[in-house]
Write a protein that binds this ligand. Structure first.
Ligand SMILES: [Zn+2]
Ligand SMILES: [Zn+2]
Length: 269
């Protein structure tokens, strides 16, 4: 067996070389790949993030998040690599926006290489902005280049067994959560995970992969109790028998007392 480290990174390098030739006429400099579990991010590109101890050479970082490898198709994961390569192209051959802002020049290059910018990952989304992902244009340059690569028995061999999210519908039901705004470091751009986009690709679930639960686990182990009489709520350990005698609420300056005889509160989830 190959060393897993070598195998995982060599595959990313192979894909980079392929797309550099096919989509960028080979103008991109070699980056240093990292695998990062940045929250709600498929990948990012950080300009000149590494410096060579011996030569002082500066090298860009392209980070990929393995926590999404098992729940997106290889094609979708590779589209994130190409997205980051468009940022790398813009860092050195264009005019990047501040703080990784996805500007119109970036968007035009994305479209030229066959990726449609979209803040939702779906048709009709905004094409510029801070938080941005994309979808693959059917029959576009990326689509063709990716098909060619995948017929060469290319694969991404190593998957994080504990994915960050469940696969997108219609593959499996996925509750959507709003994206939390996060602070981006300077010159760092990310392909944001807007809920897994589900490009319609077949997804092969790999045995051994453990999906996160459908509903978030109630870690606090506290139950909400509800009074049907005055609509008061209280939180406490499971198994309590709480009685409500009413409550006082404010409306503007006014204090309003809503009192009633003791009523058993009922636990609700
Ligand atoms: Zn981006
Ligand atoms: Zn009450």
């Amino acid at each position: 067996m190959h060393a897993p480290t070598h195998e995982a990174y060599a595959e990313l390098q192979t894909a980079f070389d392929h797309f550099n030739k096919a989509l960028f006429s080979g103008v991109l400099e070699l980056p240093l790949f990292t695998l990062q579990r940045e929250r709600r991010t498929y990948g990012y590109c950080s300009r000149q993030r590494f410096v060579s101890r011996s030569s002082g050479a500066l090298v860009d970082e392209i980070a990929m998040n393995p926590a999404y490898f098992a729940v997106r198709s290889i094609r979708e994961t590779l589209s994130t690599l190409a997205h980051e390569m468009v940022h790398q192209w813009q860092f050195h051959h264009g005019k990047p926006g501040r703080r990784g802002y996805h500007n119109t020049e970036w968007g035009a290059k994305m479209e030229a290489v066959g990726l449609m910018p979209s803040n939702t990952g779906k048709p009709g989304g905004k094409k510029t902005g801070e938080q941005m992902t994309h979808y693959i244009i059917d029959g576009g340059l990326f689509d063709q280049a990716c098909q060619a690569l995948l017929t060469e028995e290319f694969t991404l061999s190593w998957l994080d067994r504990y994915p960050a999210e469940r696969p997108a519908p219609p593959r499996l039901p996925l509750p959507r959560k709003p994206l939390e705004p996060g602070a981006d470091p300077e010159d760092l751009d990310d392909d944001d995970a807007q809920g897994i986009e589900g490009g319609g690709d077949d997804l092969v679930m790999v045995p051994g992969v453990v999906l996160p639960p459908l509903e978030p686990v109630n870690k606090s182990n506290r139950v909400k109790y509800y009074c049907d009489e005055c609509k008061a709520q209280a939180w406490g350990k499971p198994g309590l028998h709480l009685f409500c005698g009413g409550r006082t609420q404010t409306r503007g300056e006014e204090l309003i007392a809503l009192t009633h005889g003791p009523v058993a509160m009922r636990p609700i989830d």
